[in-house]
Design a protein around this ligand. Structure first.
Ligand SMILES: N[C@@H](CCC(=O)N[C@@H](CS)C(=O)NCC(=O)O)C(=O)O
Length: 220
């Protein structure tokens, strides 16, 4: 594990007020962890990032399990010492009262709709496929045969949703875009060519620009 001071970019879009430093245990290869970083940076929330490697099993040490018995990153430790797990819960906490969560109740519920879908249907396909192919170097014959069709299906659902719009909800950047872009932007590492889903590809570039990220996508 290694600590790095987080660099909020002070966009002044009112996130959670932090008087003492927030600590984030995260692995930089993980989209779930990067979501938290993207939101904190966007909102200018200061944090200390403690790099915690999944591949080195640093989430399974007794010290880490004492903080999060689920043995998973991301994990935030709030300024008052309370731990908070689950990427989307951490994002919601950080973005409280900010423009990343719409004020309109239906728009807000639509953001939640996509956050739940991301965890249940998207992350369980695209992130797992990427991990098995790119990080575990599994041969196709050794993959769960449902992973590729499930990943293609979620990208098709996203592509259809994005065809007439620029953002997932209310035509502006929200937590729905940030949650969904985290693994989608690394789709090529899962063997998924985003050129097959052009609205998704264009949206990834748009969200990366909004977040001030250098594109992760290979040249078209
Ligand atoms: N639903 C959780 C998933 C967290 C998760 O799966 N974390 C992975 C890295 S992306 C992890 O820590 N794996 C280590 C392990 O299970 O040992 C979230 O969104 O935070």
């Amino acid at each position: 594990m290694g600590a790095v001071a987080g660099r909020g970019t002070a966009f002044g879009r009112i996130g959670v007020a932090m008087t003492e430093t927030l600590t984030v245990y995260g692995d930089s290869i993980s989209g779930n962890c990067l979501k938290v970083k993207y939101v904190a940076d966007r909102l200018g929330v200061p944090y200390r990032w403690i790099e915690t490697s999944v591949l080195k099993k640093e989430t399974r040490t007794p010290e880490f399990l004492a903080l999060n018995p689920a043995g998973q990153v991301p994990l935030a430790v709030l300024p008052d010492g309370r731990p908070l797990a689950q990427s989307n819960a951490i994002m919601l906490y950080l973005a409280e009262s900010s423009d990343l969560i719409p004020a309109d109740p239906v728009d807000r519920a639509h953001v939640f709709q996509w956050l739940f879908w991301e965890q249940y249907s998207h992350e369980t396909a695209v992130a797992v496929l990427r991990f098995h192919r790119f990080y575990l170097n599994k041969a196709d014959a050794d993959l769960d045969p449902t992973l590729v069709p499930r990943s293609e299906r979620v990208l098709t659902i996203m592509n259809d949703h994005l065809a007439p719009r620029a953002y997932f909800v209310a035509e502006r950047l929200s937590l729905a875009d940030i949650a969904l872009v985290a693994y989608t932007r690394f789709g090529h590492q899962a063997g998924l060519d985003l050129g097959r889903w052009p609205h998704v590809r264009a949206w990834v570039v748009r969200i990366e620009q909004d977040l001030g990220l250098k594109t992760a996508l290979p040249a078209a």
